[in-house]
Design a protein around this ligand. Sequence first.
Ligand SMILES: NC(=O)c1ccc[n+]([C@@H]2O[C@H](COP(=O)([O-])OP(=O)(O)OC[C@H]3O[C@@H](n4cnc5c(N)ncnc54)[C@H](OP(=O)(O)O)[C@@H]3O)[C@@H](O)[C@H]2O)c1
Length: 317
Amino acid sequence: MRFATTEGFLNRSLVVVNRDIELRCGDDDVLVEVHASSVNPKDWKLNTNFSSLVPHIAGRAPNIIGDDLAGVVLECGKKVTAFSVGDQVYGMDMNWRTAACAERAIISQRMVARKPDKLSFGEAAAVPLAGLTALQALRLGNTQAGSKVLVIGASGGVGSFAVQIAKALGAAVTGVCSGKNQSLVLGLGAGSVIDYTQGDYRRETRDFDVVFDATSYETPQSCASLLQNDGFFVSTGGQATAYTGWATAKLLPGQHQAKIVMVKSNTADLDALRELIEAGKVRVVIDSEFSLGDIEQAYERSKSGRARGKIVINIHD
Ligand SMILES: NC(=O)c1ccc[n+]([C@@H]2O[C@H](COP(=O)([O-])OP(=O)(O)OC[C@H]3O[C@@H](n4cnc5c(N)ncnc54)[C@H](OP(=O)(O)O)[C@@H]3O)[C@@H](O)[C@H]2O)c1
């Protein structure tokens, strides 16, 4: 089976290999023929650095890259009731074993759902990690009809879902993006956009109920003037500063609530995303698509920090 893994010691490089691997379907698992996966910044932040040695040290080698998958069920564990062989599914698991950038993968039935019919496998694989993060972050911010929501990083993988989900929840959405992405973000349903390259919008006094920082660059402190009293600052926590900002806000509580979303995969939320997609309220923005053999280029595109929407890996060329 072909899969993407890492090799080397301190400097972990990404390689695609063709090797026989025994995949054992546990009672609660499904074995999936993976048609597509997608790249998330976590993949290159964690999967190609020193921490990716852990599965090797723990005797769980090889460490196969990737969390998001879309494909067809090949086999069901004894306790699987919700899925059958031949079902088209999508989902994600951030555990080491899921290993989505591979021709076949094992995943718990609790972390997959029926794939949205209207999406290709590539589009479906772009949804789980980023879409779930956006959905769960907006919930953490108590987003509801009438909420005023600012999405920072509105053109990225997480942000492009957040704009649309907040709008679907009935919120009034403002997106922060660069000038070249303004029409994209307005097209996703933002009522207005702020071009972050044209001055420091964070110094403005605004009255947002929720500031969702999908970029992880900001802190509750840097965005304090944007929030109304009792407002929620929610970060994706992808940078160390996001944690120091969050910890400071906890130690010295002000009038804003600071949260960091830690995405969790579950069938109910994947079903909720599918319903939004099938209702035409959420579409998938694809930045680019790569074949498994070109996964290194897909990583480079993600590392550029300039992706507009999601980067897809097609497993079967
Ligand atoms: N905690 C969790 O559970 C969790 C889950 C998912 C992701 N994350 C983290 O969340 C972060 C974002 O993930 P992602 O998949 O959305 O990343 P991404 O798709 O790579 O984000 C790229 C986008 O960010 C925009 N951007 C860059 N700098 C910006 C700025 N200063 N202001 C506004 N927009 C800016 C870029 O637009 P321009 O080209 O216009 O700048 C681009 O469209 C990562 O750090 C990731 O690790 C955490």
